[in-house]
Write a protein that binds this ligand. Structure first.
Ligand code: HEC
Ligand code: HEC
Length: 207
């Protein structure tokens, strides 16, 4: 009996000292401070070519951050920052940004009608599908299907991302998600990309 409790104590003290040797776990807020330089501490980036992360689906944020870390999505600005993050850290920081409120933007009045019509109905003669079929009527996306939220996003970022999809830029041939967006974007013209991006920046509600 005494031997067993002595052994138990030994195991316990070994476990405690092993834990003390590893770096202390970082909180979500601590992890987010390094992202804040570009994405804002509340996930609303000040620079419009950098995406807002606030209110984005956690599942999408997790997957994209992992792809950047693993070199599957090329974001040179982020490489040194995410290289050492564990999957657990990525989940934590993604949930933190998903919980932040996205700051609404404003659509350009002159582009909103065309943008809305592309978003809701696509351009059937040009082979462009309706965006809302996947991203939803108010642009929330669908977390289970890895469809990102697109409403409230900076138009400058959305334009740049859509043009890269149009150019065939994927996260690898095996990546079904980015490949889908290449098929969506390949028949969009510059003016149409600008219109739908502007419409999306102004599309938001309370979430
Ligand atoms: C030095 C600037 C910088 C820092 C710091 C940074 N990022 Fe980024 N991040 C970017 C840029 C630039 C892009 C957009 C790349 C593009 O246009 O495709 C991006 C894109 C992303 C995306 C994809 C968003 C989307 O809508 O597809 C996620 C997710 C992301 N960053 C998460 C993070 C997290 C988490 C951190 C902190 C651990 C972080 N970033 C730190 C610059 C940065
Ligand atoms: C068949 C479903 C589908 C349709 C239709 C669709 N999308 Fe997407 N969209 C996706 C998926 C999946 C992704 C994630 C791709 C990735 O991981 O790179 C995505 C990503 C995006 C992104 C990148 C978001 C970010 O934060 O980086 C934008 C912008 C976008 N879509 C806009 C549009 C627009 C505009 C349309 C209509 C012209 C459209 N989508 C139609 C499925 C779709």
């Amino acid at each position: 009996m005494r031997l067993i409790s002595w052994l138990g104590l030994l195991i316990l003290s070994t476990a405690v000292s092993a834990q003390n040797q590893t770096a202390p776990e970082q909180t979500a807020e601590q992890l987010a401070t390094v992202c804040a330089a570009c994405h804002g501490i509340d996930g609303n980036s000040a620079t419009t070519i950098w995406p807002k992360l606030a209110g984005q689906n956690a599942e999408y944020l997790i997957r994209q951050t992992q792809m950047v870390r693993d070199g599957q999505r090329s974001v040179p600005e982020m490489l040194g920052i995410v290289a050492a993050l564990s999957d657990q850290d990525i989940v934590k920081v993604s949930e933190y940004f998903a919980d932040q409120a996205i700051k609404p933007g404003v659509a350009d009045e002159e582009l909103v009608a065309l943008g809305k019509s592309i978003y809701q109905s696509g351009l059937p003669e040009q082979g462009v599908p309706a965006c809302q079929a996947c991203h939803g009527p108010v642009g929330y996306g669908n977390p289970l299907a890895q469809y990102p939220r697109v409403s409230g996003q900076h138009a400058d970022y959305t334009v740049s991302r859509l043009k890269r999809y149009r150019d065939g830029n994927t996260n690898g041939d095996q990546d079904a998600y980015s490949t889908q967006m290449v098929l969506v974007a390949e028949n969009l013209g510059d003016h149409e990309i600008e219109a739908v991006s502007s419409y999306l920046e102004g599309l938001y509600d309370q979430r």
